[in-house]
Design a protein around this ligand. Structure first.
Ligand code: MF3
Ligand code: CO
Ligand code: CO
Length: 263
């Protein structure tokens, strides 16, 4: 998140380290978020509108007794972000109808026992073009590489650098204006985690940090625009974009993915 301020160097407020009990609460929230995301991925099909996807997500959350985290967040009017093709992130669900070959970036957030679960993936409706497949593969591998870098002793710049490296080696571009974030009782906490960065720079990763790592990769230009709704982010050149997000805890046993799911 965070469109207005990008400050990877000095956090505005201290980073809240989580106790093992709090990590457990985030794990529980994260696991439910991951389950709902995968249920949605299985259920979404050509012919549905993104508004239909939103309604389905709202029902799944209700059935599991969890609260939507996005609804009313800074005035956001829906339960999920459903960004299609050239839409990058934060697309408000509406009448856009999904068709075979589209790619859908679906981002969901929930609260369970006051702790937030936030996770996203991009997948094809039916069969994707080889170009879309290649971009999705780069996005998945980028997020995976960044998770592997989320180890004690490394710095935040090492995590961000991995995201950027994998995306650029595949010939694509990371988005600069948005990124991942700390997560806990609030969806967005310090630190901001850009999808680009320099190894060996930034704050040192410490035990008890919980981060939502997010990769946004565009097939064409890195540059983005906002639609008139002020939420929906799209690529400036209309090229495809993907978004992958998982929550991780920094532990002495390595990174623990708190939202385990396939991409
Ligand atoms: N879940 C997004 C993120 O990954 C933020 C969505 S903000 C909303 O940080 F208002 F659009 F919900
Ligand atoms: Co998210
Ligand atoms: Co997030």
């Amino acid at each position: 998140m965070l469109g207005d301020v990008v400050n990877a160097v000095a956090p505005q407020t201290p980073i809240e380290l989580k106790s093992p009990r709090e990590i457990d609460l985030l794990r529980k929230a994260g696991h439910v978020a991951a389950e709902i995301l995968m249920d949605l991925k299985r259920s979404v099909a050509a012919g549905m509108t993104t508004q239909d996807v939103d309604a389905l997500a709202a029902r799944m959350m209700r059935e599991r007794g969890v609260k939507p985290a996005f609804l009313h967040y800074r005035g956001y009017p829906a339960v999920v972000c459903a960004s299609v093709n050239e839409e990058v992130v934060h697309a408000i669900p509406g009448p856009r109808r999904l068709k075979d070959g589209d790619i859908l970036s679906l981002d969901i957030g929930i609260f369970l026992n006051d702790y937030c679960g936030d996770t996203a993936t991009t997948f094809a409706i039916g069969k994707a073009s080889p170009e879309a497949e290649r971009l999705m593969k780069a996005g998945r591998e980028s997020l995976e590489a960044s998770i592997q870098a989320a180890v004690l002793g490394n710095r935040l710049g090492d995590v961000s650098h991995e995201m950027q490296r994998v995306v650029e080696e595949a010939g694509y571009h990371v988005v600069r204006e948005y990124g991942g974030h700390g997560i806990g009782r609030a969806m967005h906490e310090e630190p901001h985690v850009p999808c680009f960065g320099t190894s060996g720079t930034g704050i040192r990763l410490t035990e008890g940090m919980a981060l939502a790592l997010e990769v946004m990769a565009n097939a064409g230009t890195a540059r983005i625009l906002h639609k008139p709704d002020q939420w929906t982010v799209e690529t400036e050149d209309g090229s495809l974009s993907v978004h992958y997000e998982k929550m991780v805890a920094i532990t002495d046993r390595g990174p623990e993915v708190l939202t385990p799911h396939e991409n």
